[in-house]
Design a protein around this ligand. Structure first.
Ligand SMILES: [Zn+2]
Length: 182
């Protein structure tokens, strides 16, 4: 039954046998490593994900667990171009295949389009979600178009480009009169 699936201790085989799907939303604050990326900001932001599992026969006909993971989140990061705050949307949609041993996973992962992981009795789906979102994050997050770099273009209000002081016309006239009478 679907409500029996605990995403922190997931029995993937059981989920796959019923071709089950878990759809959940947690908070960014529940993912320690994602929160490090955001500098502790956005703890209440949603991290939505769903996991669909099914059994598929391998080349020899033995059943294997396959998992489709989808996740999305918007992280408050720092733009590496203008150093301003930037909302970076991340989406994950990938298939993973589960095998019995580390050796098998290591041997098959490179040659497979899907990720190959080791099947465990209590799989931590949240850790997988966090791993996949971290991998999907841009190395240098940036705005699509940076907002105006306000600080660089701002004019200091105390600094006025004053014109050269001109002699007052009456002062010139006074000087003129003075010179005439001398
Ligand atoms: Zn920017």
């Amino acid at each position: 039954m679907k409500h029996d699936h605990d995403p922190r201790h997931l029995n993937l085989t059981a989920l796959a046998r019923e071709r089950g799907e878990l759809a959940l939303a947690e908070h960014l604050g529940d993912f320690e490593r994602l929160l490090q990326e955001s500098g502790g900001l956005g703890t209440e932001r949603p991290v939505r994900f769903s996991a669909h599992a099914e059994m598929r026969p391998d080349a020899s006909g033995a059943e294997q667990v396959w998992l489709r993971l989808r996740a999305d989140a918007v992280l408050p990061l720092v733009c590496q171009r203008c150093l301003g705050p930037a909302e970076i949307a991340v989406e994950v949609d990938r298939w993973l295949r589960f095998v019995a041993t580390e050796e098998q996973a290591a041997a098959e992962d490179d040659a497979s389009e899907e990720d190959v992981l080791v099947l465990s009795r209590a799989f931590d789906l949240l850790q997988l979600v966090e791993d996949e979102i971290l991998m999907a994050l841009p190395v240098a997050p940036m705005h699509g178009v940076c907002p105006q770099p306000v600080k660089l273009q701002a004019v200091d209000p105390d600094f006025v480009d004053a014109p050269e002081p001109k002699a007052h016309p009456f002062a010139v006239l006074e000087q003129f009169k003075k010179n005439r009478t001398q």
